[in-house]
Design a binder for this molecule. Sequence first.
Ligand code: HEM
Length: 496
Amino acid sequence: MASPAQQPAQELATPQADTPPATILHRGKFRFPPGLRLNLPFYSFSKFFDPRNPILLFEYLAKFGRAAHYRLLWHHIVLLTDPADIREVLVDKAHLFIKERTQKRMRILLGEGLITADGETHKRHRRIAAPAFHRQRIQAYASTIVEYADQKSREWSYQWRPGRQIDVADEMMRLALQITARTLFDTEVTPEIHAINDESNAVMDMYNSLVSLPRAEDLLRWRIPVPVLIRFRRSKKHLDQVVDQMIAAKQAEIAQALREGRQIGGDLLSMLIAARDQEGTGGANKLSPSELRDEVLTIFLAGYETVANALSWTWLLLGQNPHAEARLHAEVDSVLLDQSGKPRLPTLEDLPQLPYTEMVIAEAMRLYPPAWAMGRQATEDVEIGPYRLPKNSFVFFSQYIVHRDPRFYPDPESFRPERFTPEAKASRPKFAYFPFGGGGRQCIGESFAWMEAILTLATLAQRWRLTLVENQTIALQPKITLRPKFGIQVTPQPRY
Ligand code: HEM
């Protein structure tokens, strides 16, 4: 008899092409969706099982319909694909869930910051960081974003010669890193700051093998001499050093300002430090030194890498879709003009005049969501839609899967920014599109990310057309964020 690993398809309930009415498997007091009959490791040799690309597994599971169930060792895991069920987990029943294991294991990198914390600790951190992300405060960063995007454009101009190729994914990483450092942390972009990019790239490369190691946290703590752990410890130490330097420099700057009776800056870092130093609040608004460092690293990494990926995929899609590219150029060319009719740089006030630019980015994040999957763990037995799952079950949902559901996005593979007109958006359920998550843990940087992406794209697209280099391999690299595995090679062409 063929082993399940060789012929998994025969061991499975038949996946359905379209979402059928929910099929329910009753087991005692629980009701599970259909799915893989055997424990996941039995499918190790199946086409859909590739630890380097979990999207393949999710794509396979999505064919079961509204939800699919499988087991990994003794854990129950459910993939949800219906927006109503996702909403139940993230919004209506959020209090019955905590972050799932792999996200918690990010603690080895991020410590105890907004992304990894749960419960009261999370609430406290969110309360402290929230004022720095208020819309009005964020708006003050618009001119800095444009200044850096324009600097990138000038850099391309100086280096330009016919046929010169660049990796636009790498360029967007460096640009987003500079923007984050300057706006949120009011920090000079020194070689040390660039080290954040290099080290976080190294960490991303190690991430999947690390989270799959049993008890990676203990192995790291016990200083076990496994190469991947040694490399990880070195990168993490370097990241911590850079962040500590940044905090120390800012603290010195604040102390100097106070001595001179000057106001301190309204950047996020100053606000986090001020919160840490605030006395008389019974500790409610204070971050300990290690919490401060963890939060700075968390927001830094969460803030630049995601926006950079969104922009990189946008350039790929524009290169593949000349009609959309032409419409984008028409919009920026008509809006960004000075009184004498010459091109000028965008400003905050231009944002409402750039709806197509925003739609292009929204559609790019539909097809290539930088945060491509999310997960939670139930803290008690819980009902979701027609299912009832035991305490400790894991539920996952993937933006990559839901954003390509033909029920909400006909011809889902094609790039159509028109899917994001206000009317089209209103016709879909809320959680048919959730690049920034939802509920109480919705991305704190969402407004900032939109502003940064729109202003950067407008600034660069006004001056440049990026033609894709032919015969390159574009591949997905789904790690913590969805990156283009081999980058995206383009030839910049000046538009005027
Ligand atoms: C295109 C850009 C971005 C995308 C797609 C994105 C996506 C997300 C998603 C999906 C979550 C929710 C994760 C979950 O609930 O499990 C999240 C949370 C978070 N994001 Fe973003 N993000 C982006 C930009 C940013 C920026 C610019 C910042 C900060 C500068 C940021 C900081 C955070 C933080 C701190 C959290 C944790 C919030 C909490 O749990 O309270 N993100 N992001």
